[in-house]
Design a protein around this ligand. Structure first.
Ligand SMILES: [Zn+2]
Length: 73
């Protein structure tokens, strides 16, 4: 629906312009306060760099979870 097509999209850098990379670790672990968690979710939807960083960080707990599951079995 967007007439443009730029990699950065129209608009700016997300709410407040503050990136959330520093919060991604806690975000993935679910350790953020609801308000912060929501802010990060909102920012990730609008920020490609942070989204990419999130995917990298999101892998860590997955691996830990797999190790745990394997241990249980
Ligand atoms: Zn960002």
């Amino acid at each position: 629906m967007a007439p443009g097509g730029g990699p950065e999209g129209p608009g700016g850098r997300g709410p407040g312009g503050a990136h959330v990379r520093a919060l991604l670790g806690a975000y993935v672990l679910g350790a953020l306060a609801p308000a912060e968690d929501r802010r990060v979710t909102d920012h990730l939807a609008d920020c490609d760099p942070c989204g990419a960083a999130y995917l990298e960080v999101a892998d860590t707990p997955s691996l830990l979870a797999l190790c745990d599951e394997d241990d249980l079995l």
